[in-house]
Design a protein around this ligand. Structure first.
Ligand SMILES: [Zn+2]
Ligand SMILES: [Zn+2]
Length: 117
């Protein structure tokens, strides 16, 4: 399979990103963090090598949330202009970038999500 860059961004277009490596995995997470943070019943997402992602834009925001169960932080990435939730990085897995599938330019190009939780 030929590898081509995956690209995406927020609703207003101020934040754009590109991913140069194949996603590690796709999943749909139903944990309370994902529900609250996305405002949805579940988060469809992919994980990619953080080194393969470039995120651009003046309005990239990050928020620190400590998960009470294990005390480690998750840093949701969002657009501070339009509020789009783009994904997150994790204190626990520093080499991983989570990308919310809905923010890809072509969501169908991502790995097929697996349901977890
Ligand atoms: Zn935006
Ligand atoms: Zn989750």
């Amino acid at each position: 399979m030929a590898l081509k860059n995956l690209t995406g961004g927020c609703l207003c277009g101020s934040v754009r990103y590109s991913i140069s490596e194949k996603p590690q995995r796709g999943y749909i997470c139903h944990c309370r963090f994902c529900q609250k943070q996305t405002g949805m019943g579940a988060r469809p997402a992919i994980t990619v090598d953080k080194a393969s992602v470039e995120i651009h834009g003046d309005s990239v925001g990050q928020y620190k949330h400590v998960i009470p169960d294990h005390g480690r932080a998750i840093f949701p990435t969002f657009c501070s202009k339009c509020g789009t939730s783009l994904g997150s990085t994790l204190e626990r897995f520093p080499d991983v970038q989570v990308i919310n599938i809905g923010t890809l330019d072509n969501p169908g190009s991502a790995a097929t999500p697996k349901v977890i939780d």
